[in-house]
Design a protein around this ligand. Structure first.
Ligand code: MF3
Ligand code: CO
Length: 255
């Protein structure tokens, strides 16, 4: 069953997601060469505390152990679920995805941004930009009456057109009272297949592309996911609301 949010729940989702976007934007602006990913996570943890939000990552039960930090910070060849560390020092040319997911007033806002540290290589920039474009292209398909496969297919086509690989092991998801709700939203698939979208669904869409072989593995820490070939990986994410017209991107900072 894919939850359809009531108008009251949608109001709460809008607030949780906006707060998630604000915290993520502040973390992204804070990121710079010389800081550790632990410094970034500490900064995010403090911001969440200040606004009365709690991390949706901390304590999340994985197959091996609970997630030990407040955000996921994945560097270069890390795709997702990078565990912040005192030993991971940001340097110019790094590409870092910050995945910030929080609870506020009983609802989850989930978003991920790709942050470039200083000047990055053209390979890294192209991969990052293409993944960001795919997110927008996928979101545009999230309209009532369309199907999940329409989103998946659009995202996959944008990777293929740019000769990038699509990671298959990790997918987007419904989000609301829980971090992960139905449906799963793969970044590949056929249109028009899968569940039909309805107004009131809230979805986390999260393309994950690589320049080489998209095979990934989970490290011994039980969380960090890396590319098998050691090449870069890119991941970004928004939480959106399906409506009868244009989708509403919920994880935006309102100026
Ligand atoms: N934001 C992550 C997602 O999109 C949440 C991961 S939970 C964690 O699935 F424990 F892995 F951090
Ligand atoms: Co997510």
């Amino acid at each position: 069953m894919i939850p359809i949010k009531t108008p009251e729940e949608i109001v709460k989702m809008r607030i949780a997601c906006r707060i998630a976007a604000e915290v993520l934007e502040k973390m992204s602006n804070f990121a710079k060469a010389g800081l550790s990913t632990q410094d970034l996570d500490d900064f995010g943890r403090d911001l969440m505390r200040e606004v009365g939000a709690t991390s949706a990552c901390f304590g999340y039960a994985g197959s091996k152990c609970k997630y030990p930090a407040y955000s996921c910070i994945s560097l270069n060849d890390e795709l997702v679920h990078g565990i912040p560390s005192q030993d991971a020092i940001l340097k110019d040319g790094d590409v870092v995805s910050i995945d910030l997911s929080l609870f506020y007033d009983g609802f989850v806002g989930d978003n991920t941004r790709i942050v470039r540290i200083g000047e990055v290589s053209s390979e890294a920039e192209n991969l990052s930009r293409t993944t960001e474009e795919a997110l927008i292209i996928g979101i545009a398909k999230a309209i009532a009456g369309n199907r999940i496969g329409d989103i998946s297919h659009a995202v996959e086509m944008h990777a293929k057109e740019n000769n990038y690989g699509v990671v298959k092991e990790f997918v987007g998801h419904g989000v609301g009272k829980n971090t992960h709700e139905e449906p799963k939203i793969p970044n590949y698939g056929r249109a028009p297949t899968g569940p039909t979208l309805k107004a009131g669904m809230t979805l986390a869409i999260e393309p994950m592309f690589t320049p080489g072989n998209p095979t990934v593995y989970v490290c011994d820490d039980g969380w960090t996911v890396k590319t098998r070939d050691g090449l870069l990986a890119a991941h970004c994410e928004h939480t959106i609301l399906v409506t009868n017209s244009s989708p509403e991107i919920l994880t935006l900072v309102k100026k």
